[in-house]
Write a protein that binds this ligand. Structure first.
Ligand SMILES: NC(=O)c1ccc[n+]([C@@H]2O[C@H](COP(=O)([O-])OP(=O)(O)OC[C@H]3O[C@@H](n4cnc5c(N)ncnc54)[C@H](OP(=O)(O)O)[C@@H]3O)[C@@H](O)[C@H]2O)c1
Length: 299
């Protein structure tokens, strides 16, 4: 099976590429730089040069593939609305190309901020619609193509997809704790984040490519909800720093861009995903990774 993977050079995408190659797929990875192209070739993937802004290029690669896994995203938190609009246009163009083909189109989505008061389930639709909404409303846009001859699947990743080398949210929180001399959480820190190890997330993506039904939402969540004050405490223990609450009105000044995400609720169930895909997470927990030094800082 020939699979076009956008974001194949990223944190999750490089593990997904390894997983697909190990299971006999041909991976065609989108690369916007020589560095990313070289990294993909070194793994044994084929390179498709292009970017999220080059819609014709995305369409031609999607057309030539048996399936698409869309993991690229402009993580430009200074222009998050612009990133969402790019996402919307890219997803729409690839899906229009696949209309009527019955081919799979899997796209990255997130669990943070979906719902408050209880864990998000695989039945819960996100409230984001349209290019100007969060992540360009791309999850709902993609799932609507189940009626149009595509097998769209939302891959809802935990707020922290953790592991050694993770450059994402937990790494950023660790760096900020070191800089501030305190491991902070926002308010009472009762809001919870789901978590998954990168290797488990990559396996879930491969299983979803093989078996997830059209229009389904799959939760890459091994731990369904860790209070953010406990995440701060684990970082504090590792760095030998105190843990403290940061008032919500001071969150942006203390945490910068990540403050708005660390305040969100990201708890999620994963029972349906495990049942439908036969997926059993086996990797380390977030706290095991933190304690083992997965987030060791240089110097
Ligand atoms: N990691 C998490 O904890 C997490 C949690 C929830 C959701 N997600 C979502 O899961 C997806 C994958 O996340 P990740 O952590 O693997 O992200 P990442 O490490 O930042 O990788 C992003 C990928 O997107 C590519 N990319 C960025 N801008 C592009 C552009 N303009 N044109 C073409 N490619 C572009 C990057 O290419 P280069 O190699 O050239 O930079 C890279 O391959 C994203 O949609 C992300 O929002 C991640």
């Amino acid at each position: 099976m020939r699979v076009f993977v956008t974001g194949a050079s990223g944190w999750i995408g490089s593990a997904v590429t390894d997983e697909l190659l190990a299971h006999g797929c041909e991976v065609v990875g989108l690369a916007r730089s020589d560095r990313s192209a070289d990294a993909l070739r070194a793994k044994g993937a084929t390179v498709h040069r292009g970017s999220l802004d080059d819609l014709d290029s995305l369409a031609s690669a999607a057309e030539a593939a048996d399936g698409v896994i869309h993991l690229a995203f402009k993580h430009d938190f200074a222009d998050y609305a612009g990133a969402g609009r790019t996402e919307h246009a890219a997803v729409r163009r690839m899906l229009d190309t696949l209309k009527g083909s019955d081919r799979p189109f899997l796209l990255a989505s997130g669990l943070a901020g979906g719902i408050s008061g209880r864990p998000l389930t695989e039945d819960d639709a996100l409230p984001h619609h349209g290019a100007d909404s969060m992540r360009g409303g791309s999850e709902n846009l993609a799932l609507s193509y189940a009626e149009l001859g595509v097998r769209p699947v939302a891959l809802r990743f935990s707020a922290t997809v953790h592991g050694t080398g993770d450059p994402g949210f937990t790494a950023t929180l660790t760096r900020i704790a070191k800089e501030r001399g305190v491991a902070g959480y926002i308010g009472d820190g009762a809001n919870r984040w789901a978590a998954v190890h990168r290797s488990d997330a990559a396996r879930m993506v491969r299983l979803a490519l093989e078996n997830a039904p059209a229009g389904s939402r799959m939760h890459a969540a091994a731990e369904d909800g860790i209070p953010t004050r406990d995440i701060a405490a684990a970082i504090g223990r590792y760095l030998a720093l105190p843990t403290a609450s940061v008032a919500p009105e001071d969150a942006e000044a203390h945490f910068g861009w990540i403050g708005r995400f660390f305040a969100l609720n990201g708890a999620a169930s994963h029972a349906r995903t495990q049942e439908v895909l036969g997926w059993t997470p086996t990797g380390p927990t977030l706290f095991e990774d933190i304690a083992a030094g997965a987030y060791a800082l240089p110097g």
